[in-house]
Unconditional design. Sequence first.
Length: 148
Amino acid sequence: MKGSPRNMTTPSSADSPPAISIQQPWAELILQGKKSIEVRSWNPTYRGPVWLHTGLKVNEELDEQFGLSGLYRGGFVGRFELANIIRFDVDRWSMWRSRHLVEGPMIGELYGWMIREPIRMRPIPSKGKLGLFHPEPEVQHLLDSSVD
């Protein structure tokens, strides 16, 4: 369905970038440049800057696996460029494992979101949403001023 969060074609008002909520430690690994492919089961048409939001959910096993602790949760932590999206096949899944960091076999239809130029910013507390979403106007103002 065109215009739905999972098929966003262009940002809404004032050309503000959309956001996506990504669980920790994946968001931190993106900001560190260690994860350059985000794995999703959907393929929006949007390409361009994306605000990086972290959810509240804690996965201690994953945090420990990557040697991370005390990660910020529950707000915006950065921005990245969504350069392209590639549909995974079994060969790409294995070949790009060091870039997406997901262990185990590829299950179902999955897409690799090619991430570049991550920018860390001072965290801004805010609720997230599913899919690509636009932050509330008051949060958008804080985000816009955080990367000037």
